[in-house]
Design a protein around this ligand. Structure first.
Ligand SMILES: [Zn+2]
Length: 256
């Protein structure tokens, strides 16, 4: 069993203003499940979206807009949005901090350590415009690349917060201990299902942030992914699986 890579975003642990005991998911489900797919990868169009459609589930696809897979398969991304999947903002160039461990692959010109907050806002705004041109949507959510948010002149999340209805891992209005987040890498279907069962036991919002599905990086197999979807489909009374945009629209309405 490969170790699960846990991403601890400091803001995730911020105490929310609301209480979990007054909070309800739309049909009284135990938990909401947000399936994310980051970085605009071929295997997401080839494997993830057909599987989601087969089980009539919807996911959130955080596009790195400079990915060559965006222009090469633009009509397929547009079709995915028309099918109810979410196209989310993951910036244009996927900058990460080279001062953080495991970032040897980050190109020097994409080093967040040398960006400023204003530069990040401009990049993120342009990414929103690009996404609007693809899907026509106006409500957008954001996943910070690598979870890194420190620029040369400070944390940039506040400078982009007004552009989004929610930012993954930084849901400041969620009840305390409501969110849990995992980045799979090679897990089996059973391991993915057990993660959902374990994290949903006390209610809340379960984030699974996928990358490759049956290919590409940080991949799980097409079969493991399908086993998870089959489980979520068969247990709709327990889990509300939907786009992060739809889930957070509900959260914002409940907790504003
Ligand atoms: Zn990413």
């Amino acid at each position: 069993m490969k170790p699960v890579i846990w991403l601890f975003i400091a803001l995730l642990t911020c105490a929310g203003l609301a209480q979990a005991d007054t909070f309800k998911w739309p049909q009284g489900q135990r938990a909401a499940v947000s399936l994310s797919y980051d970085d605009a990868l071929n295997s997401q169009l080839d494997n993830a979206i057909p599987a989601l459609n087969q089980f009539n589930l919807r996911g959130s696809f955080y596009l790195t807009l400079a990915s060559e897979v965006v222009p090469a398969r633009l009509e397929q991304w547009r079709a995915a949005a028309a099918q109810g999947h979410e196209l989310g903002n993951h910036t244009l160039f996927h900058p990460c901090s080279k001062s953080q461990p495991g970032t040897e692959w980050v190109k020097p010109y994409n080093d967040m350590d040398s960006r400023t907050r204003e530069q990040m806002r401009e990049e993120v705004m342009l990414a929103n415009s690009f996404l609007h041109a693809i899907d026509g949507e106006t409500l957008r959510t954001f996943t910070p690349p690598c979870g890194h948010t420190q620029t040369a002149d400070g944390d940039y999340l506040n400078t982009v917060a007004d552009l989004f209805i929610a930012i993954k891992g930084a849901e400041t209005n969620l009840p305390e201990v409501f969110g849990s987040l995992v980045l799979p890498d090679g897990q089996s279907g059973t391991e993915l299902i057990n993660f959902v069962k374990q994290e949903a036991a006390d209610g809340g919002l379960v984030h699974i942030i996928f990358h490759g599905i049956g290919g590409d990086h940080l991949a799980v197999s097409d079969q493991a992914h399908r086993e998870l979807l089959e489980y979520l489909d068969k247990n709709r009374d327990l889990y509300w699986t939907d786009t992060y945009r739809n889930i957070m629209t509900h959260v914002n309405e409940q907790l504003d």
